[in-house]
Design a protein around this ligand. Structure first.
Ligand SMILES: Cc1ncc(COP(=O)(O)O)c(C=O)c1O
Length: 370
């Protein structure tokens, strides 16, 4: 009998997210709302659809393995050299490439916890030690929702080949500020690669939340991850990118690239999206306005919601997370529970968010939550 590696057997089984159409059918309603995956609700931009149609006619060919046009467009956009940029099949695949490139068995990979669910799994698959560092309250008396960069630095030693700093943090939406991040980067060993995961950067409004691409300047052990899945609206096409201060880091990530994994359609769409940045920015501004409305509405209901710098809000309802998410689902609203900690709710359209708030009110009228 064949058997996978023990590390793979120990991985949690894949659990697909609820599909709104399936849920609607199951509970017998016309429509369910999905606020679980931090996508934006807008349809693809017209320029993106045109680029997809134009690229589709060449689908009999392989894509450009080096994504040269996209890489150059990103380099131009961010004022870096193409050698510092790597496109990937979503930022999540770049996370995997980074772990393959930097983590041997016996090394460690550190990250705040709770944060992006992939980080501990990357360590597990690489045979590395996962070093989760608990979040701390971002405000006095509040729930643990914010990076503890001092503890993360203290947990980093010569075995730590990589540290992820998710900023803003998924799922709590909180962000670390410039001075704290600079202090952290000043003390981390130069042999540890610090990956600033900025999947939600475009939704940041606090000017004191540093731009990773600026803060990495002059720091060869820092790289930044971004994605076209969220603000740029291309989640279904799978394209993200890494920008490293040191081109050698980008080179290592390129070496672990699965050939042709960034499709021709993804490359064309990303280039078109970059050329439509003004429209993307105005969509982000609409998401931010709705985020603020949703946050205020939740606070009015007495819920302890931190300021989010991302396109989702975090309800720190602790052991109510799973039952609350199930009760919302029974009312046709899909959110993302993290058992024991809280639920993450993606900012949707005003109408979707109102459906969520109505469902929440209905749940709480029968059984008070938090
Ligand atoms: C913090 C963080 N990083 C990376 C990703 C991966 O994004 P993608 O693979 O869609 O580019 C996500 C997606 O949810 C995320 O939340």
């Amino acid at each position: 009998m064949v058997s996978p590696r023990a590390a793979v057997q120990a991985l949690p089984a894949y659990r697909p997210g609820r599909n709104p159409a399936d849920l609607a059918r199951e509970i017998g309603v016309d429509r369910a709302v999905k606020l679980a995956s931090n996508e934006v609700a807008f349809p693809p931009l017209p320029a993106v659809l045109d680029a997809l149609a134009a690229a589709a006619v060449e689908s009999n060919r392989y894509p450009d393995n080096g994504a040269a046009v996209l890489t150059q467009a990103l380099a131009d956009r961010y004022g870096v050299q193409p050698a510092q940029v790597v496109a990937g099949c979503g930022a999540v695949t770049l996370c995997q490439q980074l772990a393959q490139a930097y983590n041997d068995p016996g090394t460690s990979l550190a990250f705040a916890w709770r944060s992006f669910e992939m980080y501990p799994l990357l360590a597990q698959v690489a045979g590395a030690r996962a070093v989760p560092v608990p979040l701390i309250p971002g405000r006095p008396g509040g729930p643990a929702d914010t990076h503890d960069l001092e503890a993360l630095a203290a947990a980093t030693d010569e075995t730590t080949r990589m540290v992820f700093v998710c900023n803003p943090n998924n799922p709590t939406g909180t962000a670390v500020r410039r001075s704290a991040l600079e202090r952290f980067l000043d003390v981390v060993p130069p042999s540890t690669l610090v990956v600033l995961d900025e999947a939600y950067r475009e939704f940041v409004t606090d000017p004191d939340v540093p731009d990773g691409l600026e803060i990495m300047r002059g720091r060869p052990n820092v790289a930044v991850l971004r994605t076209f899945s969220k603000a740029w609206g291309l989640a279904g096409l799978r394209v993200g990118y890494l920008v490293a201060e040191d081109p050698a880091v980008a080179d290592a990530v390129r070496r672990t690239h699965v050939p042709f994994s960034v499709s021709m359609l993804a490359q064309a769409a990303a280039v078109a999206a970059l050329a439509s940045e003004a429209e993307v920015r105005s969509r982000c501004a609409a998401v931010v306005a709705e985020r603020d409305r949703l946050t205020a509405a939740l606070r009015q209901r007495g819920l302890d919601v931190a300021d989010s710098q991302a396109n989702f809000v975090w309800l720190p309802v602790a052991d109510q997370a799973a039952p609350l998410a199930a009760a919302l689902e029974a009312r046709a609203v899909i959110t993302r529970p993290f058992a024991g900690d809280g639920i993450r709710v993606t900012v949707g359209t005003p109408e979707e968010d109102d459906l969520f708030l109505a469902a929440l009110d209905d749940v709480r009228s029968t059984a008070p939550v938090a």
